[in-house]
Design a protein around this ligand. Sequence first.
Ligand SMILES: Cc1ncc(COP(=O)(O)O)c(C=O)c1O
Length: 438
Amino acid sequence: MHLTGTMTVNKDGRLEIGGITATKLVNDYGTPLLVYDEELILEKIAAFQAALAEYPGESQLIYASKAFLCRGLAAMLRKEGLALDIVSEGELARARAGNFPPEKMFFHGNNKSPAEIKKAIEEGAGRFIVDNACEARLLADISEQYEQEVACQLRVTPGIDANTHDYIKTGQKTSKFGVGIATGQAEELALWLEEQEQLNFMGLHSHIGSQIYESSTFKELIWSMAQFMLELRQKHGLKIKEINLGGGIGAPQRAEDSQVNIKNLVTEVGSELAATCKRADYPLPRLLLEPGRAIVGEAGTSLYTIGSVKRVNNSKNYVAVDGGMTDNIRPALYDANYEGFLANRCQADDDFLATVVGKCCESGDVLIKDLELPEPKAGDILTIPASGAYTYSMASNYNGIPRPAVLLVNSGQAEVLIEREKVSELYRLDTLPARFQD
Ligand SMILES: Cc1ncc(COP(=O)(O)O)c(C=O)c1O
């Protein structure tokens, strides 16, 4: 059983998160329900910050809001001193509504629209992460219309093929994101950005993919970024002030998955950069990291109510829950593997092999393929721990299913971060043409 953060099993065999039983949370707020453990989020942030503090230069922890964002989380991250990676006007607006300071926002994306660029400049976004030459020209042109300098970083692809699912690899030479170091495009674009008077070119960014567990991959990344940084100085006298290593640090979803030691990994990467700079007599660049899942993945727990239980034959039993691919698309999209257990009967013997499915009209709507459970019955609460990243943020209304409620729990208190979506909200954008109204 994968117990994360403050999770415990009480003497009645019931799961507690943040000091509250899952059964109480379900009674009070219904299911499907996504519950974030505040202590665990803070613990993860503290691990990153403690390691970054050992880097002898300046540093900044950035949270990748695509993993999960709501106003409450934005406000909490602001208090903890984090910056924010945003990729759209929508994420910018949501974070602003959580009082997140725009100057600490890093605007990403491979196809920012002119309207989004203007909005972000007007709001005072702290950095633009330039993805490609086309966008660089657009940013330079638009920024001429404004008085203030626009600070930017260049996203580069170092040609690292990380050991992860193809859909979440982004550092390989042929990636959709960034410009290649090997092809010379990154060098050319870095020089071009440096020459633009209205742009303040701060440095380099790279994000090579997600769910990466090997520290050697991050060392390879810092090595190649540092070499490129030195090459830019040697060939062109261009000095890089910031190195942003993106996110991608693996977050385990099951007890059997490896745990990344955040503190060790970040410390090793920081020391590698500091040592390279010392050897080359290079002023220490500011070191930036932008993890998403490593901060919220394990802290989020999904709770569902079991409905039908169907036996097909001796080896196939379907257990259907009241959510599914609408609130967690990741098993269908990336073959993500999760673990589950019954929150109301944690200590009962597992004697039933279940395929946990959702309620959508898709055979691919499978949350967990082979899960050992106590014989389940309608009304049991199925828990999927470590499901806090890229679940709600990728949620859909397929089959007219409203999105779940989201809670923050800590020390026996539960607070609503996002209300459960109402059925009436599903068609709030529909219009009924006058000729059909009778
Ligand atoms: C540019 C960038 N930075 C950071 C992240 C965060 O990745 P993760 O949640 O795996 O840490 C992503 C994820 O797609 C990304 O695209």
